[in-house]
Write a protein that binds this ligand. Structure first.
Ligand code: GLC
Length: 799
């Protein structure tokens, strides 16, 4: 074994250690080791995260599209100790042992729990590599974005290669995104994280090929991966957010109901949808135009026969309190000398991808022959961002980046040849040419980054809304996402739940699917109703469907179905203060809006299809949608409340008899849920009281977050934040308002407290002033004025 000294600071550390001749060295910021021609570097950007890099002959380039330079540059000191056969590096949370003969690595936490251990040292194969890790029998695996199949990845294997997967099956792979991040969870509820930062075509095999081996690797690039300590799943999610960033706070309207179709063909048709939404009192906030609004499918054009005046159309929608979202695909029509500005300006700026012989790469997509921006160059991204100027000026609110795997038609690979040439000009990377093989999986992320950055420049005080189909780890910093061209089937409705929960675990808090399904035959009335019910509890709620089939707007199956669907959309709008609060929380700590139940209850054996919205609501759809048979609903403990009836359950689970108008939802005992009066659009300011629904139980807490929902005022103090707590000793329920924080003025006149699970009368005092408390039907209601200062409300159960 030979240690090598590549960097001055580290070399000094090593020299000091060798000079001392000790088996215990002092601490080092990074540890370097070489064996058999393989160089390995170990560092810890944080005490609970270790980064391992390996290369043949040389260490790989220290560069990433997912992890910032600041994070990659951070190092906590490693305590090095040596035996004859192994070196151990320690942080306050981790210990990493390296076998000196083989470079096999074992990562454990300070309690001795092994997080990830090599079954074999890294193998370099062809131009890529393969890592084989021990897969304990009781470990389960999550993450990898919206990969299909069950929530738990164990026993499955996946290819990571962004693919236009029109009509993908429930086990279809690969699909649109590549997020090489995995959360492992054992039966004791202990978790770890693994992120392989590699953009080449890669794979993860969770014991499918070799039963006890977690096998992963890539066809190119370097070994660069992180192991995160947890120990609980939330800590892993936060570690991953530290590495790859969080989603910026969304404009609130994007959390409203969105209606889309491929395509509303002209202004009249689109306005008809807008007017019907309003006439039928379907709360909604956005309408999409798909590719047919364009002239010959050419991005950044408008078919003025169909949409004569986009700015005027935006104003009409605005009068209906709806935002407009436009698709803006990245394939620029290859249309020289036709006065098509995106082609002309892009060509003049030299921003399009090249073939190896230096000619521009041309491939067919929606507009026919098309050229593709080289998004890894700042010049190309800036140019792309400027393409939005006209639409932004017209008042368009959001943009949809589709086909960015990138999709190319008329080729069996569905994408570009692997030797198409990109140019990397990015801090951290040496300026160099790179092949499509390297850039493919990160192309969608860079497309949405260019869009996001462009919109930030064009309207600096508006939070952008960008929706992307393809992405890579870290893509949450630029765009929301959806799961692509799913099918109208019960199986796909179930699949949407595991896809969206895994996306949430993988950084994408803002995720949705095509509600009702995109391809296949249009959904049955029951299927669409169920899908809308579930969608009401998803982070992004968009009804979207393909061409050439029956419509699937909320009203299509008659008033009875519509009434059920409306109830659920209404409820989403009432819950908006809670949902928006979750979005704001996500922007700080990366915890998703829609959550796998184990994130809150690591040891709870949830049923298939169960998921949580935040930490308070547990949604428990039928396991078999079409069966009328009663089904068991396990709950994490006794004392949960039925969200719809407010009734408290004495048992840690219940039985449900399926009923089309009921999607079972349960509330955590100890929840305080903020709810607002129903509005038809989030552009409407609610009026009246803010309701605080109290569900007495342990660890009773809740909060409210408010701002203007669209600007960056909140970063300058224009927000409102307040927390609430309660405790209940059986005789007295004490409800504490924390002092309000921030300068944003609320819309409400006061708080209405609704305490659930209440029987009998009560007397109440707020800071010693007597209040009126009304008790009826299992709830106690108190109407209060606004409470800004820290205050305590004491509610005594009357004897
Ligand atoms: C792709 C998208 C789909 C869109 C269609 C037309 O198939 O996934 O959502 O409607 O292209 O733009």
């Amino acid at each position: 074994m030979a240690m090598f000294a590549g960097m001055g600071r580290i070399a000094l550390g090593l020299l000091a250690m060798l000079a001392a001749g000790a088996t215990h060295a002092e601490t080092l910021p990074r540890y370097l080791i070489e064996q058999g021609g393989v160089k390995m570097e170990i560092s810890a950007p944080r005490a609970d995260i270790v980064r391992i890099r390996e290369g043949q002959g040389a260490l790989p380039e220290d560069a990433s599209w997912a992890v910032s330079q600041t994070v990659r540059g951070a190092t906590v000191p490693l305590d090095v100790s040596d035996t004859a056969t192994a070196t151990t590096l320690r942080t306050s949370a981790l210990s990493i042992t390296i076998d000196k003969a083989t470079l096999a690595v074992t990562v454990a936490d300070t309690s001795g729990r092994v997080l990830l251990a090599d079954a074999q040292a890294a193998a370099f194969e062809n131009k890529g590599f393969r890592l084989r890790k021990v897969m304990p029998a009781d470990e389960h695996y999550f993450g990898l974005g919206d990969k299909t199949g069950p929530l738990d990845r164990r026993g499955e294997s996946f290819a990571l290669w962004n693919t236009d997967a029109y009509g993908f099956g429930t086990e279809g792979d690969p699909i649109y995104k590549s997020i090489p991040y995995v959360l492992g969870l054992n039966d004791n509820g202990q978790a770890f994280g693994l992120f392989m930062d590699n953009t080449f075509r890669s794979f993860f095999d969770f014991g499918k090929t070799e039963r006890d081996t977690l096998d992963f690797g890539a066809e190119g690039g370097s070994i660069d991966y992180y192991v995160m300590a947890g120990p609980d799943p939330k800590a892993v999610v936060e570690d991953y957010a530290y590495l790859t960033g969080t989603a910026p706070l969304t404009p609130e309207w994007a959390l409203g109901f969105q209606q889309s179709h491929y395509s509303y063909m002209n202004e009249g048709e689109a306005m008809g949808i807008a007017d019907r939404l309003r006439a039928d009192h379907i709360p909604s906030d956005a309408i999409y135009l798909d590719i047919d609004y364009q002239d010959r499918n050419r991005p950044f054009t408008v078919n003025t026969q169909a949409f004569p005046d986009m700015a005027a159309f935006v104003q009409k929608l605005k009068a209906d309190k709806l935002h407009l979202i436009l698709i803006t695909d990245l394939h620029i029509a290859d249309a020289p000398n036709q006065g098509y500005a995106p082609y002309d300006t892009g060509t003049a700026a030299g921003v399009f991808l090249k073939n190896p012989d230096g000619s521009t790469f041309v491939g067919p997509v929606w507009p026919g022959p098309a050229v593709f921006p080289d998004f890894s160059r700042p010049t190309a991204r800036d140019w792309w961002g400027q393409q939005y100027a006209g639409f932004v000026k017209d008042g368009v609110s959001g943009f949809w980046n589709d086909m960015n795997e990138p999709a190319v038609f008329e080729t069996p690979t569905k994408t570009m040849p692997l030797d198409v040439v990109h140019r990397i000009e990015e801090p951290g990377f040496a300026p160099r040419d790179a092949t499509q093989a390297e850039m493919h999986n990160v192309y969608g992320l860079l497309n949405s980054r260019a869009t996001y950055d462009g919109l930030r420049k064009l309207s600096p005080d508006q939070r952008p809304f960008v929706l992307t189909r393809a992405s890579y780890a870290g893509g949450q910093r630029y765009a929301a996402t959806w799961t692509g061209d799913n099918t109208s089937s019960w199986a796909h409705l179930s699949l949407s739940i595991s896809q969206l929960t895994n996306l949430g675990l993988s950084g994408f808090a803002y995720a949705g699917d095509d509600i009702g399904g995109f391809t296949g035959d249009a959904p049955s009335p029951e299927l669409l109703t169920r899908w809308i019910e579930v969608g009401a509890f998803n982070p992004i709620m968009r009804d979207h469907y393909a061409k050439g089939r029956d419509p699937q707007e909320v009203w299509v199956h008659g008033p009875e179905q519509e009434a059920i669907r409306r109830t659920y959309i209404d409820e989403r709008y009432r819950l908006m203060p809670y949902i928006y609060g979750l979005a704001e929380e996500n922007s700080r700590d990366g915890l998703p809006v829609m959550r796998a139940t184990f994130l809150e209850f690591p040891k709870f054996a949830a049923a298939v299809n169960q998921f949580m919205l935040g930490d308070d609501l547990l949604v428990a759809p039928p396991v078999t949608w079409e069966s009328p048979a009663a089904y068991p609903v396990p709950l994490p403990s006794a004392g949960w409340y039925d969200y719809w009836t407010g009734q408290r359950l004495d048992t840690p689970g219940t039985q449900e008899t399926p009923r089309l108008d009921r999607l079972p939802v349960f509330v955590r005992p100890g929840a305080i849920l903020p709810k607002q009066p129903l509005v038809q659009s989030l552009s409407d300011t609610p009026s009246g009281q803010l309701e605080l629904h109290v569900y007495p139980g342990p660890d009773c807490h809740g909060s409210i977050y408010l701002d203007d929902g669209e600007s960056y005022g909140y970063t300058k103090g224009q927000y409102l934040r307040q927390s609430f707590h309660c405790s209940d000793d059986g005789k007295t329920l004490t409800f504490a308002f924390d002092k309000r924080d921030g300068a944003y003025a609320p819309w409400w006149t006061g708080f209405t407290l609704v305490v659930h699970g209440w029987s009998g009368k009560a007397t109440a005092k707020m800071d010693r002033k007597t209040m009126t408390a009304q008790s009826a039907n299992g709830t106690l209601t108190l109407v209060l004025s606004d409470v800004v200062k820290a205050s305590t409300l004491v509610i005594n159960r009357a004897p």
